[in-house]
Design a binder for this molecule. Structure first.
Ligand code: AP5
Length: 224
């Protein structure tokens, strides 16, 4: 069932926590556009734009792409989407402050920042078993969310691929970047009263039930 209302949510959490999976479900349920910086950057790389070529080496190594590149890409995306879920943005304090400024200018405050929490040991299993449709960005998992026909997307039948940064070395670097830089946003949003924690170790349907309830609760909140 789809519910139509403005929703503005940020997803925060380590690589493999299930942010992309849940962003799509939230989009289906509330019509909140799922905007994934990772998917947008990968599209730029595929289309070999200047931005994509500049971002490539950072992404391959599992490092964060510089703020200036990410912000140049995101400003227009946010301005044209009154209802959204931001998957993978912001990831630095600079990006978070820039997002505050953009939303203030637009007069569209955030409803919530959802932190996906799960034990580190589970992340590796999720990332190493992930298969992705390179065009739509839809993700599968060989054990937890397999496609109907092995190796092919359920919707368009395209062959699924493994991401080039889902290698042990790049995963380690992505986790280290998360711990050293992105995790600083937890106290940043906690101090603003926006942080909501969810148990991301549960199954996909249980996580989305928790998430939908949380979004509906925030929607009714008189402080919004
Ligand atoms: P990005 O594409 O954002 O990658 P990420 O943050 O590392 O997150 P992932 O996509 O790996 O994981 P996810 O949490 O979305 O999990 P998913 O739903 O796929 O970023 C890639 C790179 O781009 C970065 O390293 C950086 O270089 C650059 N970049 C992006 N944004 C940037 C920014 N703002 N600033 C600077 N640089 C930026 O799930 C994972 C797997 O688990 C799947 O197989 C899925 O099927 C399965 N799964 C999901 N949920 C469950 C569940 N509940 N139970 C069991 N399995 C599950």
């Amino acid at each position: 069932m789809s519910v139509s209302r403005e929703v503005r949510v940020v997803f925060l959490g380590p690589p493999g926590a299930g942010k992309g999976t849940q962003a799509r479900l939230l989009d289906e349920r509330f019509g909140a556009r799922a905007i994934s910086t990772g998917d947008l950057l990968r599209r730029h790389r595929r289309e070999r734009t200047v931005l994509g070529l500049e971002a490539q080496s950072y992404m391959e190594a599992g490092k964060l792409v510089p703020d200036a590149l990410v912000l140049a890409m995101m400003e227009g995306e946010i301005a044209t989407s009154p209802s959204f879920v931001l998957d993978g943005f912001p990831r630095t304090q600079g990006q978070a402050r820039a997002l505050d400024g953009i939303l203030e200018r637009l007069g569209r405050p955030l409803d919530a920042v959802v932190l996906f929490e799960l034990p580190r040991a589970r992340l590796l299993e999720r990332l190493l078993g992930r298969w992705t449709n390179p065009r739509s960005g839809r993700v599968y998992h060989e054990k937890f969310a397999p496609p109907q026909v092995a190796g092919l997307d359920d919707d368009d039948g395209l062959p699924l691929e493994q991401r080039s940064d889902d290698r042990a070395e790049a995963i380690e670097r992505r986790l280290a970047e998360y711990d050293a830089i992105t995790a600083e946003l937890i106290p940043y949003y906690e101090a603003r009263g926006l942080l909501r924690r969810i148990d991301a170790a549960l199954g996909v349907d249980e996580v989305s039930a928790e998430l939908f309830a949380l979004v509906e609760r925030d929607e009714r909140s008189p402080t919004r």
